[in-house]
Ligand binder design. Sequence first.
Ligand code: ZN
Length: 399
Amino acid sequence: MNSQLKDHREIGRELDLFSFHEYAPGAIFWHPKGWTIYRTLLEYLRSITNVQGYQEISTPALVKSKLFEKSGHWKHFKENMFNFQVENEMYSLKPMNCPESTLVFSSKTRSYADLPLRLSEYGILHRNELTGVLGGAFRVRQFTIDDAHIFVRPDQIQQEIDNLLKLVIEVYKSLGFNPRFYLATKPDKAMGDQKTWDEAEADLEKALKDSEVKYDIKPKEGAFYGPKIDIHIDDSQGRDWQLATIQLDFQQPESMDIAYIDKDGGKKRPVMIHRGLTGSLERFIGILTEHFQGTFPVWLSPVQAIVLPLSDKFTAYAQKVAKELESAEIRVELDNRNETLQAKIRDSALQKIPYALVVGGREEETNKVAARTRDGKDHGQMTVGDFVKKIKEDIDKKS
Ligand SMILES: [Zn+2]
């Protein structure tokens, strides 16, 4: 890492985004500004999946361990889970949302015509990592995945994987990244028979070919219950991150005994697809923080514009400008400290606020603002309405 570059913990401190405390190792305390980034990212992810037929659910964090025994996770994953006795029974904090999503699936009779059923969930997950390996937002014990479980008929796998690859490409493009694809195949420690694995791997490979994306193979790196497509990006520092994943699962519908009623009236097993676009949101925001070095694009910036009155005399006008921006849903602050304009401009640039709007006598007379960007560029005077139009363009373009 270039020594000039800062890590997300340092940037998080300087920009007042989040902090870490010894009382909760491996968990993030989100401050108002960091939580604004988190919520903005989440709203974006919701907005694009809601139009693609996803329905959001929420399931309990604390469940009886026997659910994970049934799903098969206990055998492969219990060391990574927080398990403890409540009254006379073992309970676990969920390390993943999958088994519970199957309970929602089987809460009523599902017909072949109900599929695909796409259930998204942003549930809080816990995994037991050793204290020694915890590190900022990258290795945590408590996190949230932008998770979804899609229940499909076998004949729908291909189309659904195609849709998902398109979705991944769209999301990453809009965030300014070029995704790379890998097909991860059967590991040594795997559940299920060879034929099912071969078919599943062939399905994923066909979808990759149909989508005309370049991909490589990751031999034996699939999940224990099925093969997967891993999606990687490179950040501004040339580091490789695995974020999104699309996993085919033939085992969990079996172990959780879920079924749909087929055309012929018979019971059939659906196939389950697990997918995350960003993976852990905590880790993803950590990566974005370092990728942008705190200079978040306008749409993600916790404060998008700051109004800087030249002196006390213009506080009332500055408040009026700030109010107008607020009602246009721009995240705005007002700096009416008793400091020089130079100091205020410098501080707003250090806080990486995209726009500083200077207001004095001339601006008040003409109902305008003098806009400058954090890179020091002067954009001249414009009406508040024109400024709103300008910043909305930035927000829409995600620039
Ligand atoms: Zn899952």
